[in-house]
Design a binder for this molecule. Structure first.
Ligand code: B12
Ligand code: SF4
Length: 461
């Protein structure tokens, strides 16, 4: 039996390269590969890097689906359905909107795959595939490590992704994580994380802990830092501004090799933070003092912001760019707020009739970067101002100005990373805009389960 794992891209413009900064190792298929019983052949195609050989024989196709990749995933499923090959789907979107995803997949998996994927494969092998799988409980983490052999020969960014914990206890109203993990947070045994890092060998690439909040449980994070310090690795991860209240934590993070953290600031306006349920992100002595503490401990910052919330005005964009430039932040993301289906935000905007594209992820008129809703500011304004903010932050003058911050350039690897990332994001500031969802070369209608048409008819349709 042969299973083909596929990680879909968001979309594709014929003849143009995919967005470089999104080309990182894909952990979901690596985890599925590790969970697949021996004796089943596994092949992996990364749609972001390479063409998919649709005509290669396979028994089953498995796709990870995020909201932004849903349309492309359905296109890929359609290609296989034309060839009579069953497709299963899992991941965030399959969990957030199972009824939609189920129309395009013979079977779907809701939630995490550790328990359900082996069961699904067994059912498929015995001819009894069910339509829907959902784990009865959240799996223990760390007993199965991603099988990274599937990445061989693929050219990803030079980062090694790994997980130390899953989920988040917070409940920000826009966030798909809180819906997917139901505001729970589980951590791996520190020893098993150390063992995984050791398995990467001497001088591994920069590690990227993909956890949504690596500092959610400070005592555990400190234990982790102490355990990885002797390994001499360099790493980055995702955290929360709450970490700046604990100087011992900051010091341990630095000593363990932490080079920088992504923090979701979302907004500089406390009224917006209150509206999104993110009041825990307050800092007693102000953001400037909090960022100063990060710098003092040599921690670089990737600050992410979203625009379009209730209290945003035109000034919000300029004020935020100015703040980030003044603080000489290593890198930023300025995106419009995104109503992901299944989140409280999505339900609220839907109920208020504020969604301009109710199913934006499938709408042919929708492009990446377009605010699909309107609150205090018109959607086009939010869309345009996000691009302008990115261009201002990634202007050559801003990149050069932020070089003056010693933390940004403190060691050779991070100096090179600063230049590479800032120039890349400068290029992508405009490249991402108007990016299509789905592959523009795809022809024919999306085929739902049970529909099967000859290839030549679909291609000509
Ligand atoms: C690392 C990461 C990235 C990296 C790399 C992504 C990659 N190579 O896959 C980068 C930085 C490039 C990135 C970019 C983006 N990301 Co991202 N990213 C993540 C992050 C933090 C971790 C993903 C991960 O590896 N998890 C570990 C794996 C093992 O867990 P998992 O994906 O949940 O998979 C498990 C289950 O879901 C399930 N499963 C998953 N797929 C399948 C498939 C089958 C068949 C089965 C059975 C089961 C199954 O089994 C797995 C094991 O239990 C997640 C948040 C998160 N906590 O997951 C966001 C997340 C996936 N990203 C998100 C978004 C929005 C984006 C961007 C669109 C951001 C932007 N505006 O630019 C881009 C899109 C890029 C793209 N798709 O090409 C959202 C997606 C939300 C949604 N509703 O779909 C998330 C959830 C973050 C969030 N806060 O909402 N991202
Ligand atoms: S935005 Fe961050 S803190 Fe809020 S629920 Fe999502 S992962 Fe947790």
């Amino acid at each position: 039996m042969k299973v083909t794992l596929i990680h879909p891209c968001i979309g594709r413009i014929p003849g143009k390269d995919y967005i470089k900064s999104w080309q990182m190792e894909a952990l979901p298929p690596a985890q599925l590969a590790a969970l697949t019983p021996s004796g089943i052949e596994v092949v992996f195609h990364d749609d972001r890097l390479e063409p998919i050989p649709f005509d290669d024989p396979t028994d089953l196709v498995a796709l990870s689906v995020e909201t932004y990749t849903a349309k492309r995933a359905y296109q890929i499923a359609t290609e296989y359905r034309r060839r009579g090959i069953p497709v299963v789907m899992g991941g965030f979107h399959a969990t957030l909107v199972p009824d939609e995803v189920q129309r395009y997949a013979e079977a779907i998996v809701l939630g995490e795959a550790e328990e359900t994927w082996p069961r699904l494969l067994e059912d498929f092998r015995s001819g009894g595939l069910c339509r829907r799988y959902q784990a009865e409980r959240r799996p223990a983490l760390g007993s199965v490590r991603p099988d990274r052999r599937i990445f061989a020969g693929k050219h990803y960014l030079d980062l090694r992704l790994l997980e130390a914990s899953r989920g988040c206890r917070m409940s920000c109203d826009f966030c798909a994580i809180q819906t997917f993990f139901a505001s729970t947070h589980r951590r791996r045994e520190v020893a098993s994380i150390v063992e995984e890092i050791r398995s990467f060998g001497k001088n591994p690439p920069l590690l990227f802990f993909v956890d949504d909040n690596l500092v959610a449980t400070p005592a555990w994070t400190k234990e982790l830092c102490r355990a990885i310090e002797p390994l001499g690795v360099q790493w980055v991860g995702q955290a929360a501004i709450t970490m700046t209240r604990d100087e011992e934590l900051l010091e341990l993070l630095h000593r363990s090799g932490c080079q920088g953290v992504l923090i979701g600031f979302e907004s500089l306006d406390p009224r917006n933070l209150a509206a999104m349920g993110k009041t825990f992100a307050h800092t007693d002595d102000g953001l400037e003092a909090a960022l100063e503490r990060l710098r003092r401990h040599h921690l670089r910052l990737y600050a992410t912001f979203v625009f379009g919330y209730e209290h945003d005005t035109l000034e919000s964009f300029e004020r935020t760019v100015e703040f980030c430039r003044q603080q000489r932040i290593f890198m930023v993301a300025f995106n419009h707020l995104t109503p992901f289906p299944g989140t409280p935000l999505y339900k609220r905007l839907e109920a208020q009739g504020r969604l301009l594209f109710p199913r934006w992820w499938l709408d042919d008129a929708y492009r990446y970067g377009m605010a699909p809703f309107s609150l205090s500011l018109p959607a086009e304004v939010v869309t345009e101002r996000c691009v302008a903010a990115r261009k201002a932050f990634y202007s050559l003058a801003s990149i050069a100005g932020r070089l003056l911050e010693p933390t940004n350039t403190g060691n050779r690897r991070m100096f090179q990373a600063y230049v590479f990332i800032n120039l890349l994001l400068r290029k992508e500031a405009a490249q991402r805009e108007g990016y299509p969802l789905g592959d523009l070369t795809f022809r024919g209608p999306l085929l739902e389960v049970g529909q099967r048409r000859p290839v030549q008819v679909a291609l000509g349709a």
